[in-house]
Design a protein around this ligand. Structure first.
Ligand SMILES: [Zn+2]
Length: 386
């Protein structure tokens, strides 16, 4: 009797145990049915597709679970430029335009179809251009739309040290016009030389402080007067910071027996106007333009430019003096650069001026001295590039 009872108890325990196991499994099965894996597989997605779909945002996974099997989802996700946050846009676009996944991703990523009018031929052109040139889609689109065919010059331009992507169309147009070497193409377009002097004029960006650019393409307003002008020497004025740097430089030069003196500092718009008009009346427009700036385009209006010569010389003889040699080697240490160097006339637009120095501050002057490029080029590449 006791034995039978024990047996029953064991049987009861086993039964309860089995029921629990079964219950757990049943519960787990019910839970499994709720999972993405189960539901996606049920729609027809294979293991690999499920894995890919599960990389999407949950919101998109939920949507996919409510619609029929779609083989394009896999190929969309596999696209190199695929961005999961745009999945819905890709999906909707592809569905209504029957585009390939590559096209879809390209179009949506680059916002190429504002009007929802898919132009297969155009898109193919853009894509071909982008893949050949290794340029981003936007630049490729701009070039194709500007009717610029792919050219072998593009990779050569891109390798140039001072290459600026925003200038690409201008580089190519300038190349087609001049057939110059790419190094010169980049240098000259950066200095705006693909435009005639005194065309395409922009306002000088005063936010740049001591680094502003004033030349034949950048103009100061008629009433621009630097804020902190002080007497720098004799009757000449310059900005306070420039004056301080100059005094230090002058003192140090003096210790070596050299005498620096200033012929011109700040010039007002009005004074510049008078000088330019006099030159033009006496020598004609071309001469005036290569020796003097049109009003608003003179660096002397910035209060940052100085014509420095020696007590013992004038402009014409300055280059032969020890003061000239000393300045060439030392001015940068005080923040000054020679602004219109020899053999750079075609870039600066001015005859070589051995005496015209421009203050840009020590740090910048040292960099420019090192790079050995004109301020036009330096400014565009290092200070103005977006
Ligand atoms: Zn000058």
């Amino acid at each position: 009797m006791k034995k039978k009872q024990t047996k029953n108890i064991i049987l009861l325990i086993i039964t309860i145990f089995l029921i629990i196991i079964g219950g757990i499994n049943f519960y787990r099965y019910l839970e499994y049915q709720k999972t993405d894996d189960y539901q996606l597989k049920k729609i027809g997605y294979n293991k690999e597709e499920v894995k890919l779909i599960k990389t999407l945002n949950q919101k998109d996974i939920e949507t996919i679970k409510t619609i029929d099997y779609n083989k394009n989802i896999q190929s969309l996700i596999k696209e190199e430029e695929f961005n999961k946050n745009q999945f819905k846009e890709y999906f909707v676009y592809q569905k209504s335009h029957k585009t390939t996944s590559e096209e879809t991703v390209f179009i949506i990523n680059n916002d190429l179809d504002e009007n929802n009018e898919y132009n297969e031929k155009k898109i193919k052109e853009y894509m071909a251009f982008a893949s050949r040139s290794k340029l981003d889609a936007n630049t490729s689109v701009t070039l194709v739309n500007a009717n610029i065919p792919y050219s072998d010059i593009i990779p050569l331009l891109q390798k140039e040290k001072y290459y600026i992507e925003d200038h690409l169309i201008r580089y190519i147009n300038y190349y087609n016009k001049t057939k110059k070497d790419t190094v010169d193409i980049v240098r000259e377009v950066n200095a705006n030389l693909d435009y005639e002097f005194y065309t395409n004029i922009k306002k000088t960006d005063l936010e740049k402080g001591n680094l502003i650019l004033v030349n034949k393409y950048y103009q100061l307003d008629k009433d621009y007067v630097p804020e902190d002008l002080v007497i720098i020497e004799g009757n000449e004025y310059a900005k306070k910071e420039v004056s301080d740097a100059y005094q230090q430089m002058k003192q140090d030069a003096k210790k070596e027996g050299l005498l620096l003196s200033i012929t011109s500092g700040y010039l007002s718009y009005e004074t510049q106007n008078i000088i330019y008009n006099r030159y033009q009346n006496e020598h004609g427009l071309e001469w005036a333009d290569s020796y003097s700036a049109r009003p608003g385009h003179s660096e002397h209006q910035t209060g940052l430019a100085l014509d420095i010569t020696s007590n013992r010389s004038n402009f014409d003889t300055f280059e032969g003096t020890s003061e000239f040699t000393w300045l060439i080697n030392n001015a940068y240490r005080y923040g000054f650069i020679l602004r219109y160097p020899k053999e750079k006339e075609y870039i600066t637009g001015y005859h070589y001026e051995s005496w015209h120095y421009r203050y840009v501050g020590k740090e910048m002057a040292e960099k420019i001295q090192k790079e050995n490029i004109t301020y036009e080029e330096y400014y565009e590449y290092y200070l103005n590039k977006k």
